[in-house]
Design a protein around this ligand. Structure first.
Ligand SMILES: *[C@@H]1O[C@H](CO)[C@@H](O)[C@H](O)[C@H]1NC(C)=O
Length: 341
């Protein structure tokens, strides 16, 4: 193919890669507990289960471009609607965010924000009211390694720490990769935001100010309109400055030890309910206590001891089956990854 310059070949390869499933976070893992995200298969279910990931119209693995930076699509991806449940995480703990896969050509920064949802929680919050503050960012690491390269090397997953100083409450975690392979031309950057609902527990007191999703970026930001095929001595990560108290972590990925169910009630401090339940459960395997604890919190007025029959009647066998299903799902993702690469 003598007429192909290496750059146009690159563009063709990037185009081919974009057909592959790379636009979604399939799950998150918190201290070994697997929470399902809004994976693509949920789009085909009549009554999808409550998950912690926001639904978005990105089955096409599409992105949000700079021409939509002032539209609501930039907040949590195209036509995004609230996740129906949330995960609980203690301030200072880490969340592992698993992407279905990520193409090597789609180089760029990985960024994480939080926005407080108020006392009514994130399941019903109006996304346009959310104000995001930045808790994590990795751009160009050493002149050639990008955040996205670290993510790929980390099994297509990203580890982010919820800063220990953050006040307890309901938050949207806005996790984002910005692919810069075409960003040398106007409107060429590709933002892939993914939103996850969490409840932060702990004793932090900070409530950092944030900015609306539609005010995060501008089309001509130095980190948005940038040619990455030249030697860059530095790269300016777009968006507001990191909050004081943000913690940068070395990437690693967590083994899944249990499957947790998204919590669908605001409850009164689900974490407080979950902890005693777990410790009082008689010598149960971690997978069992976790599932039971998470399920128990959806019934606000009941203690774990007086657990609903439907919850407690779930046999260890059923729970093991659920865990096996999760493992099978995870294996299928691994196969997809291998296939797409
Ligand atoms: C990598 O991620 C896949 C899910 O995409 C998972 O099934 C697999 O166990 C992970 N590998 C490791 C070593 O954690």
């Amino acid at each position: 193919m003598p007429s192909f310059t290496s750059k146009s070949l690159l563009a063709v390869l990037a185009g081919a890669a974009s057909v592959a499933a790379h636009g979604h976070v399939s799950n998150i893992v918190i201290n070994g507990e697997y929470y399902r995200g809004f994976d693509s298969s949920l789009n085909y279910m009549a009554n999808p289960p409550a998950v912690v990931g926001w639904k978005a119209n990105n089955q096409d693995n599409g992105f949000v471009g700079p021409d939509a930076f002032s539209s609501a699509d930039i907040i949590c991806h195209k036509d995004a609607t609230n996740a129906k449940g949330h995960a609980v995480v203690k301030a200072g703990d880490k969340i592992s965010i698993q992407w279905e896969t990520w193409p090597e050509s789609h180089k760029g920064p990985v960024i994480d924000y939080l926005a407080n949802c108020g006392t009514s929680g994130c399941e019903t919050v109006d996304k346009t009211s959310l104000e995001f503050f930045k808790i994590d960012e990795v751009g160009l690491v050493d002149g050639q390694t990008w955040g996205s390269d670290q993510l790929i090397a980390n099994n297509n997953s990203w580890l982010v720490e919820i800063p220990p100083t953050i006040a307890p409450g309901f938050y949207v975690l806005r996790h984002e990769i910005i692919a810069l392979h075409s960003a040398g031309q106007e409107n060429g950057a590709q933002n892939y935001p993914q939103c996850i609902n969490i409840q932060v527990t702990g004793s932090g007191t900070e409530k950092p100010a944030g900015v609306k999703g539609t005010a995060l970026y501008k089309a001509d930001d130095a980190g948005i309109l940038v040619n990455i095929y030249q030697t860059l001595s530095s790269y300016s990560i777009p968006g507001p400055a990191l909050i004081e108290g943000a913690v940068s972590v070395v990437q690693s990925h967590s083994a899944v030890t249990a499957t947790a169910t998204a919590i669908t009630s605001l409850g009164d401090a689900p974490a407080a309910t979950a902890a005693p339940a777990a410790t009082t459960a008689p010598a149960a395997a971690p997978a069992v206590t976790t599932t039971a604890a998470a399920a128990a919190t959806t019934k606000p007025a009941t203690t774990a001891a007086a657990a609903q029959p439907t919850t407690s009647a779930k046999s260890g066998c059923q729970k093991r089956r659920a865990a096996r299903r999760a493992a099978a799902l995870a294996r299928r993702h691994a196969r997809d990854v291998a296939f797409l690469d």
